[in-house]
Design a protein around this ligand. Structure first.
Ligand SMILES: N[C@@H](CCC(=O)N[C@@H](CS)C(=O)NCC(=O)O)C(=O)O
Length: 200
């Protein structure tokens, strides 16, 4: 498998998931600033929507969209616990989280990282503050988003929490969320993905 990614963007979530699952994969880096793809070619040749992540299977098939890629990775290693079994209520709960993180958190950062006007940035910070406050209330004292086991929703939540400092959002206002974030960052798979994306 091959993961097309850009440093510390949303593709960090599938990158972590691949390592958590213990799957073998290679990385192809997309440079967001230069808009170039490692090895040449254009990102739109790989994904006509023009963004990462893209997971290329050994068959040559490509999967796009964070939520779909995460679930594909998890399903390659059912024993890893990275996703509840398909068809169970717990699996729909996972999809609920992935959809929420993708549409209500990930995309809410957009103006903050794309020269938004001050009013848009202020609105984005307020919306994210409400969302993170709610997430903390759901997390409570459990170790992971869905209970006792790390799953791909945690990989996605960790990824967006990583963006808070750059976005001017202070995690100290949510002590449980901050503890969760700091703890997840110490997972071997997360440290390995961080190191791999830092040295390029
Ligand atoms: N809906 C997509 C969104 C993916 C997305 O927003 N990717 C960003 C990085 S987080 C990207 O590749 N942007 C390309 C660019 O701005 O050049 C998904 O869930 O995968």
């Amino acid at each position: 498998m091959k993961l097309y990614y850009a440093d510390f963007t949303c593709s960090f979530a599938p990158h972590v998931a691949l390592r958590e699952a213990g799957l073998s994969f290679s990385l192809v880096r997309y440079d967001m600033k230069a808009r170039t793809l490692e090895g040449g070619g254009s990102l739109t040749d790989i994904n006509e929507k023009g963004y990462v992540p893209v997971l290329e299977l050994d068959s040559g098939e490509r999967i796009t969209e964070v939520a779909a890629i995460l679930q594909y990775i998890a399903d390659q290693r059912p024993q890893s616990g990275l996703a509840p079994a398909a068809g169970t209520l717990a699996r729909y709960r996972l999809q609920e989280w992935l959809s929420f993180i993708g549409t209500e958190i990930h995309k809410a950062f957009w103006p903050l990282f794309h020269d938004g006007a001050e009013i848009e940035n202020q609105n984005a910070r307020e919306r994210l503050t409400r969302r993170f406050g709610w997430v903390q209330s759901k997390l409570g004292t459990q170790p992971f988003l869905m209970g006792e086991t790390f799953n791909v929703a945690d990989a996605y939540l960790l990824t967006v929490l990583n963006w808070t400092r750059a976005a001017g959002i202070d995690l100290n206002q949510w002590p449980q969320l901050k503890e969760y974030w700091a703890r997840l960052r110490k997972r071997p798979a997360v440290m390995a993905a961080t190191e791999a994306e830092s040295k390029r």
